[in-house]
Design a protein around this ligand. Structure first.
Ligand code: IDC
Length: 332
């Protein structure tokens, strides 16, 4: 080979190395999901077309983190036909975000980072849920909540698929005016970092008194929705009446958690009341998220207790509730 030949070989080799490097250093850029907007009482995409979100909630991320993985997210999107996953970040319970130590907090934050990455790649919307429960009043951990949402909204402001849920279920007599005081601060903190993301706000009495919230919603912000939670074994027509009253007053609703067991998350399934609820949700284009992606021994778990798999589930791996919910996803 003459001198020139060697030169060309050298240059070609150099180019190949450059290409390989470029390929390895470019982050995989999944197609971005369209950002969502609240219009009237429901969600629309950037073209103004109605979008009904549907999906599943994790159990507490502190206790069942293993279900947050790429294979599970991709399977649920492709096979279960969901478009949304909710991450339940318990605040007060054992190893909650506010009760555990710093290492626990960091582990939860890393898990949320992973979940957002998996959701980006699978093409899923992802709800980051500040899961207050035994801490009934969202102001109990208001300082921690503000710090959490400031950090989180700064991190994910460019992710059009991220939705913030700022207080799962206020309870213990916490009034709407107290929730509003809290919500105004947290919404302001998120909005100064992320101008558009959809924000879900919990309502009094375990996120059931949406009719009360409808009398005085937050003012001055777009893309806010209010959560309605139900468990069909316990909650029936009277709660749909409250929801209808809220819709009639123009309140945007989102069902960020529901089940068809009783409100304890256990007991018998009430499929006929569940069907009534699904009819109501479809008619009003209300997004819905089923509780919970785990194999815990309770009737609100989606995976059978005997199944150890954290992805790649067959229909036989699902509980009766899991099978019922999957039928709903495929129906609409
Ligand atoms: C339940 C879980 C259960 C857990 C309990 C306390 O299913 O395994 O021991 O929380 O952490 C809610 C809550 C949700 C509850 C669920 C069922 O948002 O955290 O999960 N539920 O009780 N509201 C109404 C019902």
């Amino acid at each position: 080979m003459n001198h020139n030949g060697r030169k060309w070989y050298g240059m070609a080799g150099f180019l190949v190395i450059l290409l390989v490097l470029a390929f390895h250093c470019t982050p995989v850029q999944a197609a971005k999901l369209p950002s969502l907007n609240v219009k009237g009482t429901h969600l629309v995409n950037s073209k103004g077309k109605t979008v009904q979100l549907k999906g599943v909630s994790t159990h507490g991320l502190s206790w069942y983190p293993e279900y947050v993985n790429q294979k599970a997210f991709t399977q649920m999107k492709k096979k279960w036909k969901i478009n949304t996953v909710r991450l339940a970040v318990y605040t007060a319970e054992y190893n909650g975000y506010c009760t555990g130590d710093k290492a626990n907090r960091k582990a939860l934050e890393r898990k949320i980072d992973d979940a957002v990455k998996y959701a980006d790649k699978a093409g899923l919307y992802i709800i980051i849920d500040w899961h207050i429960l035994s801490d009934g009043n969202p102001r109990t951990y208001e300082k921690q909540s503000l710090a959490f949402f400031k950090k989180t909204a700064s991190k994910y402001k460019n992710h059009t698929n991220v939705i913030y849920e700022i207080c799962n279920e206020p309870n213990g007599g916490t009034s709407w005016s107290t929730i509003k005081t809290y919500a105004k601060k947290v919404v302001k903190a998120i909005r100064s970092r992320d101008k558009k993301a959809v924000i879900l706000i919990g309502t009094p009495n375990w996120s059931q008194d949406v009719d009360i919230a409808a009398d005085s919603p937050l003012k001055g912000y777009k893309n806010l929705m209010y959560t309605l939670h139900f468990y069909a074994g316990t909650h029936g027509q009277y709660l749909r009446d409250k929801a209808q009253a809220a819709l009639d007053k123009g309140l945007p609703l989102f069902v960020s958690e529901f089940g068809i067991s009783d409100a304890s998350g256990n007991g018998n399934l009430n499929k006929s009341e569940g069907a009534n609820w699904m009819k109501f949700l479809r008619k009003n284009k209300i997004g819905y998220v089923g509780w919970n992606l785990s194999n815990k021994a309770e009737s609100s778990a989606l995976i059978r207790q005997s199944c150890r798999k954290t992805s790649g589930w067959s229909n036989g791996n699902l509980t009766p509730w899991g099978k019922w919910l999957l039928k709903q996803f495929k129906f609409s």
